[in-house]
Design a protein around this ligand. Structure first.
Ligand SMILES: CCCCCCCCCC(=O)SCCNC(=O)CCNC(=O)[C@H](O)C(C)(C)COP(=O)(O)OP(=O)(O)OC[C@H]1O[C@@H](n2cnc3c(N)ncnc32)[C@H](O)[C@@H]1OP(=O)(O)O
Length: 216
């Protein structure tokens, strides 16, 4: 499958940003505020006397957004319009409040890299990152690594090894690299490391060259 206009390490300079970082637009700022709300709701004192009013105000904001939402089918077409990088995915999407968001750059050896600090909404074991969140982030990192390597496919298998608990509140570096291509099968590897280089999670992914058509 072609990667379309997506940059590859053979046609783009090292350090090319491969995702869509938050750009200061109103929707990115609103999404950033929503992330703050999710984090703050988990941190605020459970006895905070204003929580009932908070619920009312948040529901009022949700109603306003819903009143201005087109039909989902229409929104999906708009969301997938163009061949650029996505702005809505749950890992790098600046328009998705579930995304940290992770920003990835391409390196000259064909790998991709990004650094992120995860906070309480991503918690699994006490003070540490949920294993499913690590797998989610790495699945996407491998997908972007495939594109930087000039290939694209869907995840068929993601083998995940959890070496040590992954800390919250510390910068984590995620990397991925396309390792080999065998017909339609693409093998890609990646990991999550702490700032001092300790590997917390490593993955190997098998991707198969296939795509789901974009909504039109
Ligand atoms: C810049 C943009 C960055 C975007 C990043 C996005 C990253 C996120 C990626 C995803 O989340 S993708 C969504 C999660 N994945 C899926 O939903 C995939 C669901 N599964 C499928 O659609 C199909 O099963 C699949 C495309 C994986 C394979 O179906 P096919 O019918 O196209 O393949 P086929 O069965 O003909 O197998 C092709 C080869 O792959 C092998 N294969 C397929 N699935 C396999 C599997 N699961 N395990 C091992 N081998 C597998 C199969 O044996 C065969 O090997 P050989 O060519 O050697 O005979």
């Amino acid at each position: 499958m072609s990667v379309g206009t997506h940059p590859t390490f053979e046609n783009s300079p090292p350090g090319t940003v491969l995702t869509s970082p938050p750009d200061g637009s109103a929707v990115d700022r609103a999404t950033g505020a929503a992330r703050r709300v999710v984090d703050a709701l988990l941190r605020t004192d459970r006895g905070n006397a204003n929580l009932a009013r908070v619920a009312e105000e948040l529901n009022s904001i949700a109603e306003h957004l819903e009143e201005h939402a087109p039909a989902v089918a229409e929104r999906l077409i708009d969301m997938w319009n163009g061949e650029g990088v996505t702005r809505h995915d749950p890992v790098t999407g600046p328009e998705n409040a579930l995304a940290p968001p992770l920003v990835l750059e391409g390196l000259p050896d064909g790998s991709v890299r990004g650094t992120v600090t995860l906070t309480i909404p991503y918690q699994g074991p006490p003070g540490h990152v949920h294993g499913g969140v690590s797998a989610l982030l790495l699945d996407h990192v491998l997908g972007v690594a495939n594109a930087w390597g000039g290939k694209a496919g869907m995840t068929a298998q993601l083998s995940t090894r959890y070496h040590r608990p992954t800390p919250l509140f510390e910068p984590l570096t995620l990397t991925g690299k396309l390792i080999s291509v065998d017909g339609r099968k693409i093998t890609t590897a990646g990991d999550i490391r702490t700032a001092d280089g300790q590997v917390c999670v490593s993955v190997e992914g098998l991707f198969v060259d296939k795509s789901v058509p974009r909504p039109r």
